[in-house]
Design a protein around this ligand. Structure first.
Ligand code: SF4
Length: 94
């Protein structure tokens, strides 16, 4: 990423979001970013260590070093159910 602002130590800059109900289970994200994505027995993917929300979405806070891999996972998703949000600005990056 081009813009790299110094943040408070320990603060994660981004949120990865997974619109899990709309996931079609193609496994592309798990191939691109196996450290962060895995297939579940219900044939949808999960964010490893992600928080399950009441609406079925999952979220995980990440920092700069994990951004590219998750961005590539989001780009690989054929139904665009992986999103990355800048926590500070609220901007939806993808
Ligand atoms: S790439 Fe998208 S549709 Fe495919 S398993 Fe991952 S989140 Fe689901």
């Amino acid at each position: 990423m081009a813009e790299m602002e110094l943040e408070q130590e320990g603060e994660k800059k981004f949120i990865v979001q997974h619109d899990r109900p709309e996931c079609i289970g193609c496994a592309a994200c798990t191939a691109v970013a196996p450290e962060f994505w895995e297939m579940n027995d219900d044939e949808k993917s999960d964010i490893i260590g992600g928080k399950d929300k009441d609406d079925g979405w999952q979220e995980l806070d990440i920092d700069d070093k994990d951004y590219t891999e998750n961005f590539e996972a989001a780009e690989s998703c054929p139904v665009n159910v992986i999103h990355i949000v800048n926590k500070k600005t609220g901007e939806k990056i993808i």
